[in-house]
Design a protein around this ligand. Sequence first.
Ligand code: E4P
Length: 214
Amino acid sequence: MKFFIDTANIDEIKEAHSMGMVDGVTTNPTLIAREGRNFEEIITDICEIVDGPISAEVIGLKTEEMVTEARVLAAIHKNIVIKIPMTVDGLKAARILTDEGIKTNVTLVFSPLQALMAAKAGATYVSPFVGRLDDLSQDGLLLVEQIVEIYNNYAYDTEIIVASVRNPLHILESAMMGADIATIPFDVLGKLAAHPMTDKGLKAFLKDWEKRKK
Ligand code: E4P
């Protein structure tokens, strides 16, 4: 399973990258706005740290606006993936960009049929939002399971990025289903590595080591 980091914060990206855990990066307008810096500058900085797919989201709602923005963003670096909202205009934009050889990530996906349409539009990636469905008392991971099955049934090349990840179980279950990628917030990445028995065991080893006969 590939791990993307779901942040626009350069310090977090550098730290996760130094752990060898970053295969790519996803951003969205909220994450970019949180940094209080120029959008293109942030994306350029990320591309200098991570050699993998970097998702940058368009703001326009009309197909023509999305395509125009996408071409500018795609020119920043060969690794840029254009994040497009799952709307009819977004699907049209995904088809145009795919035909131009620009990679796309169809985002804000909340149903398996939206994911099927994204694949038919030629999207490189699709991003189902598991956490936001869980927030509505719906089963976010069931959505991932359904998309995996549909894509396998028809051998679509579109890769599934499990997004809106809130906890390690989202990643465990998604990995067991065979989802291609999880995009993980920095704090959740830390939780994956941690286990109280590891800490307890390490403490005991060091205590015994100090007691050894020298
Ligand atoms: C990534 O592609 C998404 O924009 C992100 O995972 C959304 O996460 P959130 O639901 O925690 O905002």
